[in-house]
Design a protein around this ligand. Structure first.
Ligand code: NAD
Ligand code: GLY
Length: 374
C-alpha cells in the first residue's frame, strides 16, 4: 500500500454542481494511495463492484486501502462485457448489498471500465433510494468520459443505456497506471472519446491529439495525464451547465447516434462502444458536410486521426436486405429522438457542435457511402 506523503499531488478537475460537486483526481499511483480516499463519506461498510477481468489486477489493492477507512469491505464480481450490462447483473449487485445488510451509509466503489461504472452508479442511485458511490475508472474511456457526469444505466435489448438515472459520484479517482494493462483495442476505444472533445469544443486540443497520437498509443503517462485532464475539464464544463441534458450536454454525444445503432445492430460487445463512436463520428462529420456545415477537408482530417487512433472508419452493414432501414429504425430508439425524429450531433464549424435533425434522404446517403460490403 502506498501511504507515502511525498507522492506528487494528483491533478484535480472539479465538477461544479452545488451540493453535488465533486473532484476528479488524475495521476499515477492513486489506486492505493491513502490520501486519494480522504474526505469520503465514512460509513461502517464499503462495497466494491468490479468484474472478473479487473478483479485479479486491482481488487486486492483497493480493498486493502479501503479497510483503513471502513470496518468491512465487501466485493461483488460481475461477468465481464457490454453484453452483461443488464438487469441480471444489476440484480447481482442488489443481492450482494442485501446479503451483506448494507445500509444507507454504505459507500459503493466502482472499480473497472464504463460497464462496471454505469451499473454501479445505477445500483447506488436506487439501493435504498440512494447511497454514496465513488468511481475508480480503470479504462481510458471511463477516465475521460463515463465515470464523470453522473449518467448511469443498463442496456435494454431494444436500446442502449435506455434504463438508468442521473446520479453523481462523490469522487472520481483516475489512476493512470491502470491504463498500462489495458488491451490495445480498449485503449483505442478510449481515444475515440478523447478525440470527440476536439471537434465539439476545442480545436487546439484536436491539434494537440494529432501531434501526440503516437505518445498516447504508447501510453506515455505525462501525455495520458494531459489527455485525461483536458477531456475531464471540457466534460466538467458542459455537465456543470446542463447536468440533465436539457440541451447543451447532448453535444457530448457526437458520433453516438450512428454509434449506438452500430452497437445495438451488431449485437452488444461485437464492436466496442468507443469503436462504434469513432466510426459514428466519421458518419456524423459526413452528414455535417452534406448539410454544408463543414468542408471536406475537415471530414478528412477527422477521419485520418480516427484511423491513426486504431479505430474503424468503415461502418458495418447491419442488414443485407435493408441496411438503411435498419440504421434508421435503430437510431429512432436513441434518447435524443423526439416524436420519432432522429436528432444528430453535428459539427457546425470546427470546434462547435449543434443538435438537429436531417432529411432522411441525406442520412440514407451517408449510411450508404459509409458502409463496407455486406
Ligand atoms: P468496459 O467497461 O467493457 O471495459 C473494457 C474492457 O477492459 C473490459 O473487458 C474490462 O474488463 C477491461 N478492463 C477494464 N480495466 C482494465 C484494465 N485496467 N486493464 C485491463 N483490462 C481492463 O468498457 P469501457 O470502454 O470502459 O466503457 C464502455 C461503457 O461505458 C459502455 O457501456 C458505454 O455505454 C458506457 N459509457 C457511459 C458513459 C456515461 O456518461 N455514463 C459515457 C461513455 C460510455
Ligand atoms: N457521454 C455523454 C454524456 O455523459 O453526456
Amino acid at each position: 500500500m502506498n501511504k507515502q506523503t511525498t507522492h506528487a499531488p494528483p491533478e484535480q478537475v472539479d465538477i461544479a454542481l452545488g451540493d453535488r460537486s465533486y473532484a476528479i483526481s488524475i495521476g499515477p499511483g492513486l489506486l492505493d494511495w491513502v490520501p486519494s480516499y480522504e474526505g469520503l463519506p465514512s460509513g461502517a461498510s464499503a462495497l466494491i463492484v468490479t468484474n472478473e477481468t479487473v478483479e485479479p489486477l486491482y481488487l486486492v489493492r483497493l480493498a486493502d486501502v479501503l479497510r483503513l477507512r471502513y470496518a468491512t469491505v465487501h466485493t461483488v464480481v460481475l461477468p465481464d462485457g457490454e453484453v452483461y450490462k443488464t438487469w441480471e447483473s444489476l440484480n447481482l449487485i442488489f443481492d450482494a448489498l442485501l446479503a451483506h445488510a448494507c445500509d444507507r451509509k454504505t459507500v459503493m466503489f466502482a472499480l473497472g471500465g464504463g460497464v462496471v461504472g454505469d451499473m454501479t452508479g445505477f445500483a447506488a442511485a436506487s439501493y435504498m433510494r440512494g447511497v454514496p458511490f465513488v468511481q475508480v475508472p480503470t479504462t481510458l474511456l471511463a477516465q475521460v468520459d463515463s465515470s464523470v457526469g453522473g449518467k448511469t444505466a443498463i442496456n435494454h435489448p431494444m436500446g442502449k443505456n435506455m434504463i438508468g438515472a442521473f446520479y453523481q459520484p462523490q469522487r472520481v479517482i483516475c489512476d493512470l497506471d491502470t491504463l498500462q494493462t489495458l488491451p490495445a483495442r480498449e485503449l483505442s476505444a478510449g481515444l475515440a472519446e478523447v478525440i470527440k472533445y476536439g471537434p465539439i469544443a476545442d480545436m487546439a486540443f484536436l491539434e494537440w491529439i494529432e501531434a501526440n497520437i503516437g505518445a498516447l498509443m504508447a501510453r506515455d503517462t505525462a501525455v495520458l495525464a494531459h489527455a485525461v485532464r483536458r477531456s475531464c475539464e471540457i466534460k466538467a464544463w458542459v455537465v456543470s451547465q446542463d447536468e440533465r441534458e436539457a440541451g447543451l450536454r447532448a453535444v457530448l454525444n457526437f458520433g453516438h447516434t450512428f454509434g449506438h445503432a452500430i452497437e445495438a445492430g451488431m449485437g452488444y460487445g461485437q464492436w466496442l462502444h468507443g469503436e462504434a463512436v469513432g466510426c459514428g463520428m466519421v458518419m456524423a462529420a459526413r452528414l455535417s458536410e452534406a448539410l454544408g456545415l463543414v468542408d471536406q477537408a475537415f471530414v478528412k482530417r477527422l477521419t485520418t486521426l480516427i484511423e491513426r487512433a486504431g479505430l474503424p472508419t468503415v461502418a458495418p452493414v447491419l442488414d443485407a436486405k435493408d441496411n438503411v432501414g435498419r440504421y434508421l429504425a435503430l437510431m429512432r430508439v436513441d434518447k435524443k429522438a423526439e416524436a420519432g425524429a432522429i436528432k444528430f450531433v453535428l459539427i457546425d464549424g470546427p470546434g462547435r457542435a449543434t443538435v438537429r435533425s436531417a432529411p432522411d434522404a441525406l442520412v440514407a446517403e451517408v449510411i450508404r457511402s459509409s458502409c463496407g460490403a455486406a
